[in-house]
Structures are given as structure tokens and as C-alpha cells.
Design a protein around this ligand. Structure first.
Ligand code: NAD
Length: 357
């Protein structure tokens, strides 16, 4: 049966990097129907909204979404609801994309690009699983008011609410344990149970769900310690599962261990395995239109899409092997270039991956 993919290039380098991922998808000769729609600033220009109704409809009807990036400084003066970044929040909410996968893989050829010593990151392969639709980012009530108590009664204060329900924790726990079963069978659950009720429940539920996966080893770590361990001994981790806010911070920390933001894919899935796949980086307006952006994070996002939403594991592996091969050939876009390698453009990198397939 034909599988439908919504292609949402977005802004900045989005269209350039998506074009290369689309080339790769075409080269695989799978039964895929690709349909493109504007999103972010491009959505605002085309239809007055960062997530136009037609784009949302296409996303909802598709098996998966391949997303470039959104955002440009020129939209910073728009009211918040019309800013490009709202498109991502809108898609997460409308599709119930609660499980965010952020692999941090250090490619052997790029080991010197990391800010850590090569021996600490060589062979690094961590998967951070971040809960994406709960926690303090979405908890109600929130707002501003006049303080009635605390250290400064009568002063203006702002407040947010951190909350997680048992089913929310259970479903992300299952995602993490099942992901670990396909890897080295270790999960680290990151919390702040020593201080926060929300994360005591998190820890309790993780432990309970863990009992259903006796083949997976579970350990718990406080978030402050996890932040330290990620730069001290990152290879001690395999699958890391955590809440929305801690995951936001730790996944960026982990991605930078690999030294190359242009290399890292990501996936956000719902309980029907429908997913949004995008590079971990933004729209890079500073280099847009120059043909120098690294398309590999987007190409690797397409591989994740084939694996997690479309059931094409062999094709996903072919893409990943092709990326390894072009790196081994010494081909580099400007962001990962070093002396002795060959600098290529965005399109040349895409062509090289297709050739390596
Ligand atoms: P960014 O990730 O866009 O760029 C950070 C730096 O990394 C820049 O110097 C950029 O040139 C470089 N870079 C990023 N991707 C690259 C690639 N593929 N190849 C080579 N170099 C690359 O982050 P930023 O500058 O903080 O944000 C720019 C815009 O992107 C903002 O409007 C922001 O809101 C938006 N943004 C969007 C997303 C998303 O769409 N999911 C995520 C983060 C930021």
C-alpha cells in the first residue's frame, strides 16, 4: 500500500536540506507518495498562519511528516501566535506527538569535532527519549499575579505548574523500555525525585513499568548528576528517558558532545507511530540560500522515519550506511570540514549519499 509523507520544508535552510532528503527517498524506489506544503514563516507568507489549515490537514492524513526547520529573525516582531515556531507546537499538539527521540551519535570520522577528548566520545551512541506534551511547559495554571505570600507579599510574581499523570509517565516508560530492548537493554530514568513530587511519581512509575521488562536494566539518576555525567563519562549511558524540561536541556547537551549539530536527526511519535521527523538544528538563517548547509541530519531523519513510522528497516539501514560511507570518503560540508577532507556543497553531499546508496 502506498504510504503518504507530508514534506514540510519551512524556512531558512529548510528547503535546501529537505530537497536532499527527498532526493534520497526517491532513490530508494519505495512506494511513497510525497506531498509538500508550507509551514512556519513560509506558511505565514502563503496563508497568514505558521500552520495553515491545509498543511495541518495534510500532516494529519499522512503516515509521517518530514520537517525542515522554521524561523527567521524577520518574524520576531509578529505576535507570538503567528510566529513560525508555533507551527511545531501546533503539530505536536494536534497529532499527540508525546515521545521525542534524540539520538546523539559520534561518527568516528568526526571524533575531533567534539569539545570533549576523543577517547570520551569515540563510539558514543546515546538515545535520549524526552516526554514532549506534559510537564511544566504545558501545566496549568500558569500566569502572573500579585503574590499573597512568600518572601515578597504584594509583589508581582509569575508561576508555572509542573505536573505529570500516571498514564503519561507509563506510556513514555513503555516507549523507553521497548527502545532499549532493541539496543543494549539499559535505561537511565532521569528525575529530581529528591525535591519534586512530580518526579517522585515519575520514578515510582518507571520502576513499576520496568518490572514488565525484566531483560532491561533500569537505573535512576538525578538531573543535576545526569548533566554532569554526560560530560564526564557520556558512554555510560544508553537509553535516557526523562520529562519535557529536563529532556529539553539534556538532549541539547548530549547533541553537542558529538560536535556537529548538522548531523543529528530527531523524531517525535504518537501512540499510532505516526511521527514528525526533523533535524535537531534550526533554520540557520545566517547561512540560508548559500548552498552550504549540512543536509545529513535531515537525511538521517528520513532514515528514522522509514524505521519508526513506515516499517522500512532495511531502507533505513541503507541510508545510515551510505552516510557513513560519504564521511569515510572524506566528504564534508563547511560545518564539519577539517584540513585534509574535501569540502562539498549541500547538493553535492546529497548526491554523494545517493551515489553511496
Ligand atoms: P540554528 O540551529 O538554526 O543555528 C545555530 C548555528 O548552527 C548557526 O550558526 C547555523 O548556521 C548552524 N547550523 C545549524 N544547522 C546547520 C546545518 N544543517 N549545517 C550547517 N550549519 C548549521 O539555531 P538558531 O540560530 O538559534 O536559530 C535560528 C532560527 O531557527 C530561529 O528562528 C529559531 O527559532 C529557529 N529554530 C527552529 C527549530 C526548528 O525548526 N525545530 C529549532 C531550533 C531553532
Amino acid at each position: 500500500m502506498t504510504q503518504k509523507i507530508a514534506i514540510l520544508p519551512g524556512d531558512g535552510i529548510g528547503p535546501e536540506i529537505i530537497a536532499e532528503a527527498v532526493k534520497v527517498l526517491h532513490a530508494l524506489n519505495l512506494d511513497l507518495q510525497l506531498e509538500t506544503a508550507p509551514v512556519g514563516g513560509a506558511g505565514y507568507e502563503a496563508a497568514g498562519h505558521p500552520l495553515p489549515p491545509a498543511t495541518l490537514k495534510l500532516a494529519q492524513e499522512s503516515d509521517a511528516i518530514l520537517f525542515g526547520a522554521v524561523g527567521d529573525w524577520k518574524y520576531d516582531t509578529l505576535e507570538r501566535a503567528l510566529r513560525p515556531e508555533q507551527a511545531i507546537l501546533g503539530l505536536r499538539k494536534a497529532l499527540g506527538l508525546f515521545a521525542n527521540f534524540r539520538p546523539a551519535i559520534c561518527y568516528e570520522q568526526l571524533v575531533n569535532a567534539s569539545s570533549l577528548k576523543p577517547e570520551l566520545v569515540s563510539g558514543l551512541d546515546i538515545l535520549i527519549i524526552r516526554e514532549l506534551t506534559g510537564d511544566i511547559y504545558f501545566g496549568q495554571p500558569r500566569g502572573r499575579r500579585t503574590a499573597e505570600d512568600g518572601h515578597f507579599p504584594g509583589a508581582e510574581e509569575a508561576f508555572d505548574t509542573m505536573r505529570y499523570s500516571r498514564p503519561e509517565i507509563e506510556r513514555i516508560a513503555h516507549v523507553a523500555f521497548q527502545a532499549a530492548q532493541k539496543r543494549s537493554k539499559r535505561v537511565t530514568s532521569v528525575d529530581k525525585a529528591n525535591v519534586l513530587e512530580t518526579f517522585q511519581l515519575w520514578k515510582d512509575v518507571m520502576t513499576e513499568v520496568g518490572q514488565q521488562y525484566p531483560d532491561v536494566q533500569l537505573d535512576h539518576m538525578y538531573v543535576d548528576n545526569a548533566a554532569m555525567q554526560l560530560v564526564r563519562a557520556p558512554k555510560r549511558f544508553d537509553v535516557v528517558v526523562t520529562g519535557n524540561m529536563f529532556g529539553d536541556i539534556l538532549s541539547d547537551e548530549a547533541s553537542m558532545l558529538t560536535g556537529s549539530i548538522g548531523m543529528l536527526p530527531s523524531a517525535s511519535l504518537n501512540d499510532k507511530k505516526q511521527g514528525l521527523y526533523e533535524p535537531s538544528h534550526g533554520s540557520a538563517p545566517d547561512i540560508a540560500g548559500q548552498g552550504i548547509a549540512n543536509p545529513l541530519a535531515t537525511i538521517l531523519s528520513a532514515a528514522m522515519m522509514l524505521r519508526f513510522s513506515l516499517g522500512h528497516e532495511a531502507a533505513a539501514q541503507r541510508i545510515e550506511a551510505a552516510v557513513q560511507k560519504v564521511l569515510a570518503q572524506g566528504l564534508r560540508t563547511a560545518d564539519i570540514y577539517s584540513e585534509g577532507t574535501t569540502k562539498v556543497s549541500t547538493a553535492q553531499m546529497g548526491d554523494a549519499v545517493v551515489a553511496a546508496l
